[in-house]
Design a protein around this ligand. Structure first.
Ligand SMILES: *[C@@H]1O[C@H](CO)[C@@H](O)[C@H](O)[C@H]1NC(C)=O
Length: 406
């Protein structure tokens, strides 16, 4: 059965996108931000200062996420690197997330991962990188001072969550956050296990009436065939690395292959638990309920780790954003995206959201962080995304002005 569901998950993996090849840079970052004696490692990052006019101008810190970022990928988002950077005379920095690609602080033993492979460490990496850049560029250090360089955290998907968390946990380094398709409610365990694929199924129906029904029927037929033993296929090339690997792993929306898949499996097995399952009657896929028991067993076999699903929410308080004091965050969401069921799609429940500059932009025709796409913004975007790009540019201009005033 597992193989069968795995094949399904593969169908849902996002396709590879175009990108902006760039030369990598390296930064000596702390191996362990909790232990100053731990030494440093070489973290890969990308930057563009083509548009940067120095002190008094902003810096976008674009978070890398759950994958290596080779030079052939380079800087992710032309909307940021080109459009917003040009508009605001801004610099763009984009660190690769630790333990992916060339950014390896330590061997991947279970003990090292427990201590070092956390969102907290990744946030500190980014904070150090941008603080160092700011100093080297000669920027002033206090908002309101002439020559200050406002820092805006940016990210889509898990990096969207990092961008939100950067503003939440390091408000003195990150002045604002642009968090696209950020699974904040997933990581506060506020999402029902059937919600994700229910939305996927609704999106499929919206794209093509009758599609979910056909998918559902086809899958039942294939399942019957598989049970008869008519055929099977070799999924090994689709597995993440490491022992006891399974294709569905910690993230049932698709965990990825090879070393990237292994590290994302680790992250979703430790602090980033995601409730994504296939409920009967709510999704076009065959039923397979998500359970904490399955996760706990998988994670114990694979990494000898017990998932700690509420630690981040408890430490940082984001299960109740109102109480955090958070300000100046833009949440964007594509409503065809399964992750929208667990991202911040409304702030109407947050008192003073407007004064606090907590802003939501939902795109009816948007997909998973499609406002932050790997291709140039333009006529290929749906009209709501095109309008979104203009609105976001206006907002960034206002924020930079506000921050410069102190
Ligand atoms: C940047 O964008 C703002 C708001 O959209 C616009 O008013 C301004 O003219 C633009 N500036 C430049 C230099 O393009």
């Amino acid at each position: 059965m597992d193989r069968f569901f795995s094949a399904l998950l593969l169908l849902l993996l996002p396709s590879l996108s175009t990108s902006v090849p760039s030369d990598p840079f390296y930064f000596d970052n702390n191996i362990d931000h909790e232990d100053p004696t731990s030494g440093t490692y070489s973290q890969r990052f990308y930057q563009t200062i083509d548009h940067f006019k120095g002190p008094g101008n902003p810096i976008f810190l674009v978070f890398g996420g759950e994958g290596a970022v080779p030079p052939s990928t380079g800087l992710f988002y032309p909307y940021i690197n080109e459009q917003l950077a040009a508009n605001l005379s801004a610099a763009v920095l984009q660190p690769e997330h630790r333990f992916y690609g060339a950014s390896q602080p330590a061997p991947k033993t279970n003990d090292n991962l427990k201590k070092l492979m956390t969102p907290q460490q990744a946030l500190n990496d980014a904070a150090n990188l941008v603080t160092s850049f700011r100093a080297q560029a000669g920027c002033a250090t206090t908002p309101g001072e002439p020559g200050y360089c406002p820092v805006i955290a940016v990210g889509g998907s898990y990096p969207g969550f990092l961008s939100f968390s950067a503003r939440l946990t390091h408000p003195n380094v990150f002045d604002a956050s642009y968090a696209a398709s950020a699974p904040v409610h997933f990581y506060a365990q506020q999402v029902d296990g059937g919600d994700y694929y229910e939305l996927i199924t609704k999106s499929a129906e919206r794209s093509m009436a009758g599609c979910p029904e056909s998918v559902s029927k086809a899958l039942s037929d294939v399942q019957a065939d598989l049970q008869d033993g008519d055929y099977c296929f070799d999924m090994s090339s689709q597995l993440p690395s490491g022992k006891s690997a399974t294709i569905s792993s910690g993230d049932w929306s698709g965990v990825g292959t090879g070393d990237d898949g292994e590290m994302w499996d680790w992250q979703t097995c430790s602090l980033l638990v995601e409730r994504i399952g296939f409920d009967a009657g709510r999704s076009m896929f065959l039923q397979r309920d998500w359970t904490m028991e399955w996760m706990a067993e998988h994670c114990s076999k694979r990494f000898e780790v017990t998932p700690d699903p509420l630690k981040l929410a408890n430490d940082w308080g984001f299960a109740d954003i109102e109480s955090t004091g958070l300000t100046r965050v833009l949440f964007t969401n594509g409503l065809n995206d399964g992750w929208a069921v667990g991202s911040v799609t409304t702030v109407s429940d947050i008192a003073n959201a407007e004064e606090r500059d907590l802003i939501v932009m939902n795109f009816d025709n948007g997909a998973h962080h499609s406002d932050l796409s790997h291709s140039e913004p333009g006529d290929d975007d749906t009209l709501d995304i095109q309008k979104g790009h203009a609105d976001i540019q206006d907002l960034m201009n206002r924020w930079v002005k506000d921050i410069m005033l102190g």
